[in-house]
Design a protein around this ligand. Sequence first.
Ligand SMILES: Nc1nc2c(ncn2[C@@H]2O[C@H](COP(=O)(O)OP(=O)(O)O)[C@@H](O)[C@H]2O)c(=O)[nH]1
Ligand SMILES: [Mg+2]
Length: 252
Amino acid sequence: MRLPHVTCASPACYNIDQEARMDQVHSAVSRLVRFGIGGPVGSGKSHLLLRLCQRLGGEHSIVAITNDIYSREDERFLIRAGALAAGRILGVETGGCPHAAIRDDISVNADALARLQDRFGDARVAFIESGGDNLAASFSPDLVDYQIYVIDVAQGGDIPRKGGLGISRSDLLVVNKVDLAPYVGVDLERMADDVRAARGDLPFVMTNLKDGSGVDVDKVAAWVVAALGAPRRVRPAWGAGGHHHRRAAGSR
Ligand SMILES: Nc1nc2c(ncn2[C@@H]2O[C@H](COP(=O)(O)OP(=O)(O)O)[C@@H](O)[C@H]2O)c(=O)[nH]1
Ligand SMILES: [Mg+2]
């Protein structure tokens, strides 16, 4: 199914049109629990997706979307690695700032989700890998139910102190490439303390996703399974308008 595009006659109608589009998105993909995977370029997002599919693909019907700016390289990587059957992975080329396609105008991702849901009626889990960012990206709550953010040790031990929504507010933070800590002079204990200071009680896991066989990766998979079993969240309202409240209470 292709979502009809809603055109905007004037700036004043933006919210109404956006509302209509979001309602289409919600009804098209309401059976999927959607996990956004964000983080800087090269931190290990695609490897996280691969490891989650390897661990959970046998028991759960999964579909995945990758966002690349100029290519569909991540889609190719995941298909080559056998993460999921080829039809279950859809690469989208955002052609611009990767933040926009997951946060501001999510239609290209919503469209891909709707197509995957159409192809695989039994699909229950969707992973959406963002294009790489610079610590500033976050997913629209209309696109995903949960946000996982991936940073890596080789970017510097101070990265948790640099903040940003992904580090401080994501539902799960993955600190990847712990195997590289000795080579880049990073003290993992100190880094973990900084993560705790930035996130309070929100969970994080330190991983080696390249190896991918460790209990750390099991922990991430267990967190995803727990999220699947949790009651659906009430979607946060976009504004104070009455229609927002109606939808939050009734449609999901
Ligand atoms: N040493 C090491 N390399 C990793 C790890 N995870 C990913 N990589 C490598 O880091 C590079 C980027 O990984 P990728 O998953 O493509 O990152 P993405 O750009 O965030 O999707 C690849 O060359 C991976 O092999 C890890 O835990 N340890
Ligand atoms: Mg990637």
